[in-house]
Design a protein around this ligand. Sequence first.
Ligand code: 1HN
Length: 324
Amino acid sequence: MNLDQTKPLQEFKEQIHPHYLLPLWERKVKLVPGSHCVPAHWPYSVVKPLLDKAATLINKKDADRRVLVMENPSLRSSSFIAQSLFAGQQIILPGEIAPSHRHSPNAFRFIVEGEGAYTSIDGIQMMMRPGDFIVTPNWAWHDHGNLGDQPVVWMDGLDTPFTSLFGAHFRENYPEDTYPVTHTSHEPDAASKSFLFPFIEMAKSLQDLVGTTPNLAHAYKLRYTDPVTQNDPLTTVSAFMQFLPDEFVGQSYRSTENTVFNVFQGSCVLEVGGQRYYLSKHDVFVVPSWETYRFESCENTYLFSFTDRAAQQTLGFWREEFLA
Ligand code: 1HN
């Protein structure tokens, strides 16, 4: 373009600027997959002592929820682990109660360690065990408590970035600490089946697959589904448990999902963005949208993950690619 043309265009741009208009033909934001989020690692060896310290510094009543938020290094002061996902680590000590409230974001818990805690959802009280995945649908009353004699730690996942995006974030406290319990599930039962997905059942389903041909990237991987509707248990979030057999060497993979991994058992190497990360038991790692990654297991490994696939598939955005 010669200078004679650029000058009127430059003047035009300045003319439209006060009217909050800009020329699409000069758009700087490229329409390409991926985000400016970075891969990030939260080793449990770092997080656990800090959770223990938080438990000495703030009591549960004042904290409401004693959660350490895992914030993406590229998203300082967002409180999001990826542009579409929230993840935190919560610790609850013996005898403590996290008071009842409800909110428009969907939530889930993935139990990391400790026995004896429960969560109640609209009056259905469910005991939580390590490796269990528990869904708290939006606007359901929920409180947690620890009836046991050891601290209990879990990962909280929420779709708060969606409610923020839409400007649809509502929240209210229940007038009492606990919502009246109408049913107690000591073991998984009919009342808990759409909320509580026990580790033992997922592990059995995965072990039934061992011996069949593993997926080249994921080895053995199952998606949690609501037993009644067969849908993802949350409207925005998909969750998975995968089993990487000892010495599994995975091929590279990428998808438009933002993915948060949590190592439940075992350990593995995750290669992403040309870097190798050694993931130990209970470590958390986020792989942002369209980043290429691959796994190598160091032993038999159970890997939990959650992503925004449910939302992306509903919206028609989701894509994946297996790379050799
Ligand atoms: C929440 O309600 C819990 O209920 C945990 O345990 C973390 C983070 C943001 C908003 C609400 C819980 C949360 C949360």
